[in-house]
Design a protein around this ligand. Structure first.
Ligand SMILES: Cc1cc2nc3c(=O)[nH]c(=O)nc-3n(C[C@H](O)[C@H](O)[C@H](O)COP(=O)(O)O)c2cc1C
Length: 299
């Protein structure tokens, strides 16, 4: 590996910055650690990667507890203090006009006010990893303030969170019954996932027409995928059970749609496989339909 390139490339990761608080050899202390993140939901675990010479690491080894304080966009000066000096050099927490504290519930280390997240952790695991030590804490208390935006760190500089990115979705106006069908399928889920086939023959397209209690919909054959199960295989099986004999191309096509009817919206993510009818399956119904939904699949 070319060291020079790696040295530059590693600065291009993007992280937040946490301030790790601890208590020990030099009294209460804080250090900046960008390499900090949640790594498990249950139990709720946070890992932070500390270099071996940090006083913070020694404190945590001694007391088996620490605080994680996710810095806000207004705390870059605090981060500079926490990251620029060692607790063996100065008492960082007492620098004038700098840190204010909240009362911690379970640990002796302080927690810092006005952060996006404060977590109190008990040492869960510790392991040397290359030239840093992975310190994993089990969270015993946590608080957050959704109005406080986190600080970002990239190429050695601090940034604020920018504009929200709304991933592109094709908007499709559908009739009431089609909308009803898909929102019923979604059953309250924000996004409905569908695994479907587009089967063409000449200028005709296979679609399913369903009529029951005035509910009719027009769509391609699809099924709701099961998590972790191969889409192509399950679709093939599904079509076989419907006695539709097709050959599916293995390349998935993604269609991220938002179905709209009046003011209502339902997001649907289709993964589609293009198929051709095998000889001898003349019994399947093919029709060319001018439905908005089908048009969306071909655009
Ligand atoms: C923005 C920023 C991020 C940092 N991230 C880390 C980190 O993830 N791990 C680490 O070991 N040191 C990191 N440091 C360096 C430590 O904060 C620094 O060595 C500190 O002086 C250690 O303090 P202590 O000896 O009082 O524990 C970072 C410094 C800055 C400014």
């Amino acid at each position: 590996m070319e060291r020079k390139v790696a040295d530059k490339a590693q600065r291009h990761f993007v992280t937040g910055v946490s301030m790790i608080t601890s208590n020990g050899y030099f009294g209460k202390n804080v250090m900046a650690a960008e390499w900090t993140m949640q790594i498990s939901y249950d139990p709720l675990l946070i890992a932070t990667f500390l270099h071996e010479s940090s006083i913070t690491l020694k404190n945590i080894q001694k007391t088996k507890e620490f605080g994680v304080n996710v810095a806000s966009e207004k705390q870059s000066t605090l981060v500079n203090i926490a990251g620029g000096y060692s607790g063996s050099e100065i008492d960082k927490l007492k620098v004038n006009n700098s840190f204010t504290f909240l009362k911690s519930k379970f640990i002796k280390a302080p927690i810092i006010a006005n952060c996006t997240i404060n977590a109190e952790c008990r040492l869960f695991s510790i392991k040397k990893m290359g030239d840093h030590v992975m310190v994993v804490g089990k969270v015993v208390a946590m608080r957050y303030d959704k109005t406080i935006k986190p600080l970002l760190y990239h190429t050695g500089r601090y940034y604020q969170i920018g504009d929200l990115i709304e991933p592109f979705r094709q908007q499709v106006r559908v009739n009431k019954s089609t909308f009803k069908w898909f929102s019923k399928e979604a059953d309250g889920k924000f996004i409905l996932k569908c695994n479907g086939a587009i089967i063409k023959s000449g200028r005709k397209v296979l679609f399913l027409k369903y009529t029951k209690n005035n509910m009719n919909y027009e769509t391609i054959p699809y099924l709701k995928p099961k998590r972790g199960v191969n889409y192509l295989q399950s679709l093939q099986e599904y079509l076989k059970n419907m006695e539709i004999d097709v050959r599916l191309k293995p390349e998935p096509i993604m269609k991220r749609l938002v179905l709209e009817n009046k003011n209502r919206k339902q997001r649907v993510n289709f993964v589609l496989f293009e198929g051709t009818i095998r000889n001898g399956s003349s019994r399947i119904l093919l029709e060319k339909k001018d439905s908005e939904l089908l048009k969306a699949f071909y655009s």
